[in-house]
Design a protein around this ligand. Sequence first.
Ligand SMILES: Nc1ncnc2c1ncn2[C@@H]1O[C@H](COP(=O)(O)OP(=O)(O)OP(=O)(O)O)[C@@H](O)[C@H]1O
Length: 638
Amino acid sequence: MKEQILIVEDQFVEADYVRLLLEQAGYGITGMARSVDQALELIKEKKPDFVLLDIFLKGKQTGIDLAKVLATDNIPFVFLSANSNEEVLNAAKQTHPYGFLVKPFREKDLLVALEIARYRHAHSMDARYHKETELRKLLKSIVTDAGTWPEKLLRIATALQSFIPFDFLAVGFDNIKDPFFKGRCFLRTGFDEYQEMGLQELATVTGMSGDALMALQAPDAVAEVAAIYKEAAFENICRQPSLRKLFADSFQLRSHLEMPMRMMDRKPFSFCLFSRRPDAYTTEQLELFERIQFSLMQTIEHLLQQEMSEAGKLLQQETKTRFDGIVGKSHLLLNVFDYISQVAPSDTSVLILGESGTGKEKIADCIHNLSARKGKPFVKLNCAALPATLIESELFGHEKGAFTGALEKRIGKFERADKGTLFLDEVGEMPVELQVKLLRVLQEKEIERVGGRDTIKVDVRIIAATNKNLEKEVADGRFRLDLYYRLNVFPITLPPLRDRREDIPALGYHFMNHYSHKAGKKLSGISDNVLRKMMAYNWPGNIRELEHLIERSVLLSKGPVIEEILLPTVTKKQGTEDAQDAAMKTIVENEKDYIISVLKKCNGRIWGPGAAAEILNINPSTLKSKMKKLGIKKEYME
Ligand SMILES: Nc1ncnc2c1ncn2[C@@H]1O[C@H](COP(=O)(O)OP(=O)(O)OP(=O)(O)O)[C@@H](O)[C@H]1O
């Protein structure tokens, strides 16, 4: 069956004559309209393949007005008019008709005109199809091209330009509060020239702060369907302060085409095109967007994946600094690096303060490696892990027969650390009676083995660490003031992870690389979603907790990207209740609760990496005996 045609003609007799001719020639008729309004109604009911259109119609609007609508809706049309004066012809030409037939015409003239219009339209559809195929190919090729993220975005933008023109383009501006904000703007400054703008450049151009720009983004401003805003609709969206209004005011824009997409992980990502012309955007372009949307989305998806793994590689390189293995570059960590550089070369004692899992041992190790003692022993003693009776012999060694069970002579940690560094972890837990002895060794630089009479000279640098408030310990009589002064010569406080969130992605990638290598897995990235969750979490267990969670995610991940992280959910209310409860409990009860909570987190695992003993930083057998002593049974852990 041939095309369906709408006849728009105010003279009924003429319209009916045309209808007869067309039906005889095998065309279908969708309707006959006498005015523009009637025509629009009929088009709404059934979209015709062609419209035959008189210029002067009933009502105020003319065929020229209707032609403009048809052009934007991509409906081909041919004028039929008795008026062929220059003015009418010029106005008609502006609407790009497929033909113009002057009345009266012969039957043959009408059919030939329609035949030519059909041919031209089919030809232009064909050309459009070829152009779109080319565009799809181009989008695909951008993925493998060399270049940075904004360069590739610009390539996509310029590829679109010949289909959907723009003077200003904002890509991916759906969530500028996102820490991994990937948005960019491009201002067209010449035929093939664009000025690229990120958030910072935009802040410079508009004279607004980054925070003020962020505040302009409405939380629910993500559109779901593509839409054109022109004239009143454009004025409407520019009424309230918003990013779109800011773009419009700053770059004199007058119409807007929004092309929103949802990526595979349902995250929004849109192309917002703006033009200085009020009539730049048509429904034809919206339809084009619908057709190429999938290719566009695939390209962006690939580019985002590339970006994530590039970021990973970059982060990997950054860890190879002189503070080898210490990941992060937040200003708080950079301060720590400054302190390390100052103190490492000397023999000064260092006291490292910070919550559990903030990297105190790592920093101690780094100080040792940056000192002249590098290559000499780095010996660690955890003062909390051993009972008071054993610490002394651990530190200073013992002679054979010094006490029951001392069957052999034993060299203590001080002697083993000779010419090197002794790291006293959890020094705040050291029994008071031993603190005196430690102080003496630090002052006199010699030790006596337990049960021995000789003094032995030792050359040891002390680095101590604690997660306790030593001043409070001193005030409460649990820590000697003189030892405190001795150790506190050069204190370095490590910030908790929640105060240096910008280091979280780098640390995440660092542990991902480490554990995927260990597990023989090939992982290339962490999904945005997981990174966002990590950034939002409060990290009570600091870097150690992050490390364990990433280790677990690496082991559980099935694809090349970490898509899941099992963060504990602690509500604020619970937190405060816990704190109140804790205040009422004895130290033993608190210890019991803490061990149970750690065991629960590890599903009752005591041994192995990431298991309770490691988190608690005690020997698995010590943990087992503690559990026995505190009456912690297996059912507590489920
Ligand atoms: N900046 C860092 N970069 C990379 N890894 C780190 C960093 N800081 C800490 N880690 C890792 O996090 C884990 C915990 O760090 P570490 O044992 O040094 O913490 P800590 O403060 O000594 O803990 P605790 O007080 O419980 O003894 C270790 O596996 C360590 O290697």
